[in-house]
Write a protein that binds this ligand. Structure first.
Ligand SMILES: Nc1ncnc2c1ncn2[C@@H]1O[C@H](COP(=O)(O)OP(=O)(O)OP(=O)(O)O)[C@@H](O)[C@H]1O
Ligand SMILES: C[C@H](N)[C@H](N)CCCCCC(=O)O
Ligand SMILES: [Mg+2]
Length: 223
């Protein structure tokens, strides 16, 4: 079993989008896949479940089918910073709760297990604990999704430095074209290829799937 933490240069940069492409590509390569979204903020009640859109997409993209509460055990209603939502709900976010949900999914022994963060790398769980602390304790390899837009060079480099300073390995970064209209896209991509301290794992075009070949190359590197 190979497992990775998916982080991004910010919220809304395509972590879920990329995670789902990788989970589905793994299945196409005859690998079992499972996604984990430990903490979500922005949920609605569907039947007896609190359902977050990321979690629902990840559930559908995973080859191993599990209840939404296993894919996403910690849910908050308002789409805000999770530690603030937790405080409002009278809940304390803990490392143990995140790890407990992960261990449950590891017991399914998928070939590929992808855990999506929320927001960017240094996401607070409390005023003294960050999701990055939990990932560091777990010693997970990291995939960094870069939302290709003006400002991403700085965000990508700072995030990569922070991950490495935390003692973790970046297995690769993903160039995700989230707008389809970034000025000098190719020049920005070339700069990132030169300056990032990790290899480009995958390029994801705007509004269309990456090529099957590119996805399979990425899966071969990951699995
Ligand atoms: N390559 C792309 N082409 C078109 N739309 C995209 C692409 N990548 C992401 N999107 C869209 O951009 C939005 C944000 O993407 P996504 O939800 O994956 O971000 P995220 O980083 O997971 O955000 P969060 O921090 O909330 O988890 C979504 O509507 C998604 O469908
Ligand atoms: C609600 C939203 N979609 C995200 N999942 C949460 C993003 C939290 C960002 C916190 C921050 O760094 O400011
Ligand atoms: Mg997401």
């Amino acid at each position: 079993m190979k497992q990775y933490f998916i982080t991004g240069t910010d919220t809304e940069v395509g972590k879920t989008y990329v995670t789902c492409h990788l989970l589905k590509a793994a299945e196409s390569a005859q690998k079992t896949s499972l996604g984990y979204k430990p903490i979500s903020a922005g949920c609605e009640k569907v039947g007896n479940d609190w359902v977050n859109e990321d979690a629902s997409e990840i559930q559908q993209a995973s080859s191993i089918k599990l209840p939404i509460s296993s894919i996403n055990p910690i849910t908050f209603v308002p789409p805000i910073a999770p530690h603030i939502a937790a405080k409002e709900a009278g809940v304390t976010l803990t490392s143990e709760a995140v790890v407990e949900g992960l261990v449950r999914l590891q017991q399914e022994t998928p070939d590929l297990l992808l855990m999506e963060g929320a927001g960017g790398w240094r996401l607070p769980l409390t005023d003294t604990l960050f999701l990055s602390d939990v990932v560091s304790d777990l010693k997970m390899d990291v995939i960094l999704v870069v939302g290709m837009k003006l400002g991403c060079l700085n965000h990508a480099l700072l995030t990569a430095q922070a991950i490495q300073n935390d003692g973790l390995n970046i297995v690769g970064w993903v160039a995700n074209d989230i707008t389809g209209c970034m000025s000098r896209y190719d020049d920005n991509l070339a700069t990132l290829k030169n300056v990032m301290p990790a290899p480009l794992l995958l390029e994801v075009p705007f509004s269309s799937a990456p090529s099957t070949e590119a996805l399979q190359t990425a899966i071969q590197k990951l699995c």
